[in-house]
Design a protein around this ligand. Structure first.
Ligand code: SF4
Length: 428
């Protein structure tokens, strides 16, 4: 394998962030107020390694894409309900989804539960003990989560790279290439692994993430208060520019050597020649990302089917999504992706066909009525909903529809029926 050549400014060998006792080295661990990021109390005080790892694991999975303030209540309820891996392994997916409701990215909860079952059934209830094994053996555990669990719970000297760490390291070492590219990500992991404090890896990793979350923030970073500014090449570049501007103002211009010149052509970590350093941005020149893809518009029809049930109360049809893919296994009003250019009349026919297939009842296209459009954004893909009621979809005086397994394989979801509250149910 060819080793990439980068210029000397991207190395970690010439600086160290923290290696001494708290309060003595001026590194990231010495900053007062470190660890205001969410660190589970259970994990800090738990003496059993499996329970400690489980607590860190749950918090790390919940914190993916979700803010600390939102997570705390969910985390506490989760740990109360399933304080151990064994308890989680016995939970049903419905229970997991119920507790996860509102937290988003539901596959996270599902994977946690699957992984807990795997630990119990295949690993004799013992969590893997290294970052490498955690990543290899547990579904849903990526490199970051594995590093966080191993360093915080087991004291393994392994780094972590999340969005905050990417920002800090890219600024510290003026990494201006696309920070989501494999070359940059690999280099950042190398740096994180080289920098991590061997004696307190968990504390160090949390402090570095904290630094990114509170000081080295995306906009308007607080460089003046930063404990590692002396090591920061982006900050030094800004200082040098300010010194140069001041000299110019007072007519005492002396040549300043450009310490940031790397002298290595085609360095894969430097900013591309087409996007040089922009003085107006200062340290926020870094990190850089490739331009985002434009969101793709998609239209989905969501159908509300109502009927009067056994005792005259309104009932609504809900279906279960397939067990894999977006929002896997969750229940919803039946929905159907619609072609962009379909005429309304044609849409009704397509919908009626599907509703007939879903329910087995004679749904008439003419009986469907558009209620409202609802643009909203899912991470993938953006979605526009239309609501269509089907009054009286062949009301059967027999028992209500309770989950009827129609199978995942044919793409036909399971059917169920929910009872509406009289006062809340609108007649459609
Ligand atoms: Fe970030 Fe500024 Fe600190 Fe550099 S000096 S690490 S840019 S906060």
């Amino acid at each position: 394998m060819q080793v990439p050549t980068w210029c000397s400014k991207h190395t970690t060998s010439n600086f160290i962030l923290c290696a001494g006792p708290v309060g003595t080295c001026g590194g990231v661990l010495c900053r007062p107020g470190s660890f205001s990021v969410f660190f589970p109390f259970q994990a800090a005080t738990e003496t059993d390694a499996d329970r400690r790892a489980y607590a860190v694991w749950v918090s790390e999975i919940m914190l993916q894409q979700t803010q600390v303030a939102t997570v705390i209540d969910y985390y506490n309820r989760w740990m109360q309900k399933w304080p151990t891996l064994q308890a989680l392994a016995q939970a049903s997916l419905e229970e997991v989804n119920e507790l996860w409701a509102g937290l988003g990215y539901y596959s996270r909860g599902k994977r946690l539960q699957e992984a807990a079952r795997k630990v119990v059934s295949e690993l004799a209830g013992q969590m893997p003990r290294t970052a490498e094994d955690l990543q290899k053996l547990l579904p849903g555990v990526g490199r970051y989560t594995a590093g966080a669990i191993a360093s915080i719970s087991y004291g393994q000297a392994t780094g972590v790279v999340d969005g905050n760490v990417i920002r800090v390291l890219c600024r510290l070492r003026c990494i201006g290439a696309d920070s989501s590219s494999p070359a940059v990500i690999d280099r950042l992991w190398d740096m994180a692994n080289a920098l991590v404090d061997r004696s307190r890896p968990g504390d160090f990793n949390q402090a570095l993430m904290e630094l990114g979350a509170t000081v080295c923030v995306p906009k308007a970073p607080l460089c003046g208060e930063c404990p590692v500014k002396q090591h920061c090449r982006a900050w030094r570049r800004v200082e040098k520019e300010l010194a140069f501007a001041s000299q110019k103002l007072f007519g005492k211009l002396t040549p300043v050597p450009d310490v940031e010149d790397c002298g290595v052509g085609g360095c894969p970590l430097c900013p591309p020649a087409t996007e040089p350093w922009d003085s107006s941005l200062g340290v926020t020149n870094f990190p850089r990302k490739a331009a985002k893809k434009q969101p793709r518009a998609a239209r989905t029809a969501t159908c509300v089917l109502e009927r009067r049930g056994c005792h005259g109360a309104p009932e609504y049809l809900i279906v279960q999504r397939p067990s894999s893919g977006l929002l896997a296994g969750l229940w919803e009003f039946p929905s159907l992706p619609l072609a962009q250019d379909l005429q309304e009349e044609k849409q009704r026919e397509v919908l009626a066909d599907h509703l007939r297939a879903w329910t087995g009842w004679p749904v008439v296209a003419g009986g469907l009525r558009f209620i409202a459009g609802c643009p909203h954004l899912l991470s993938h893909p953006p979605d526009i909903c239309g609501l269509l009621p089907a009054p009286g979809w062949g009301c059967d005086p027999g028992p209500c529809l309770v989950p009827v397994p129609l199978g995942d394989g044919g793409g036909v979801p399971r059917l169920s029926c929910v009872h509406g509250h009289e006062e809340g149910a609108e007649s459609t």
